[in-house]
Design a protein around this ligand. Structure first.
Ligand code: GLU
Length: 289
């Protein structure tokens, strides 16, 4: 079976040099290994994703001379697949609804910090500070029936008790130089959100479901997602899904050393192209020349 790669952008802005690096690396790895390259549009966040950004993704990738297989998988068309995975986790007793708003969470964290630093996840966000996991079934039912919004969270401690000793195969490099067999520490993320009242999935859940459904064998993406791989490995183990190998690449940064964002115009592919860049010059700029 040929290896299967995927490039999985979110259409919530225009692509920049960081995306070009991921897309070109995927394309090159697929070519070198006789593998297949899939494109997946990660558009579950309906408030931020827009059709014109999706069109621009196809246009920019074609301009970069990248070829991908069709049909393209668009996550918004497969919510039933994610719902099924969520139900599987719920049936294991690993999912609970939490009703705090963002503002309430911030207040809870501030209150806990009065007693010393509150733990943060690898992205620097405070771990979930609430106690929704200990609400009684009756309290949960009443809150849900009241129409209150909620997030469905993973009971991380219970999940980690079910599957211990997880690792992944890192073919690239983590931000701390990690390579080879890397131990996964999903507990560093706390009770992550798996879905919300109005959206039956989250980035973590859909990426894991899709990589398995699409038969992806090697995930090539930026180092900003290196630590998230621990959550992905945990969900794969809980859902009985195969583990792909991972290749995290160094992030492309702007002149000031900052991570690129979809609004930084100096490194946007559209702007560079309008200023006369060629696909070959983009390859050189991202170190793949
Ligand atoms: N959709 C994610 C992003 O645009 C990438 C997800 C992944 O490669 O796992 O950052």
């Amino acid at each position: 079976m040929p290896p299967v790669f995927r490039f999985a952008p979110s259409p919530n802005g225009f692509l920049h040099l960081g995306h070009a690096c991921s897309a070109l690396l995927n394309f090159d790895r697929a070519r070198e290994t006789g593998g297949r390259l899939l494109l997946r549009i990660e558009d579950i966040d309906a408030t931020r994703c827009r059709p014109e950004f999706e069109t621009a993704i196809y246009d920019d990738l074609a301009w970069l001379e990248i070829a991908w297989e069709t049909p393209v998988r668009r996550q918004s068309e497969h919510l039933g697949d994610y719902r099924a995975a969520l139900e599987k986790l719920a049936a294991l007793g690993l999912v609970y609804p939490a009703f705090e708003s963002r503002a309430e969470i911030a207040r809870l964290v501030a209150a806990r910090e009065a007693d010393g630093p509150w733990p943060r996840d690898p992205d620097g966000a405070p771990l979930y500070p609430g106690d929704a996991n200990s609400l009684s079934a009756g309290q949960r039912k009443r809150l849900m029936e009241s129409g209150a919004p909620y997030a469905l969270r993973l009971d991380m401690a219970a999940a980690c008790r079910r599957v211990a000793g997880l690792t992944w195969h890192e073919l690239g490099e983590g931000p701390g130089g990690e390579h080879g067999i890397v131990p996964a520490r999903p507990e560093s993320w706390g009770d992550v959100i798996l879905a919300r009242k109005e959206t039956p999935t989250s980035y973590h859940l859909s990426v894991v479901v899709d990589d398995a459904l699409q038969g992806v064998t090697e995930v090539v993406r930026g180092q900003d997602l290196f630590h998230a791989t621990a959550v992905h490995r945990l969900l794969q183990a809980l859902l009985g899904l195969p583990a792909p190998a991972y290749w995290h690449h160094v992030l492309i940064r702007d002149e000031a050393g900052h991570k690129l964002s979809k609004s930084s115009h100096s490194t946007g592919l559209r702007e560079l192209r309008a200023a006369g860049a060629s696909p070959a010059s983009i390859r050189r700029l991202v170190g793949l020349g």
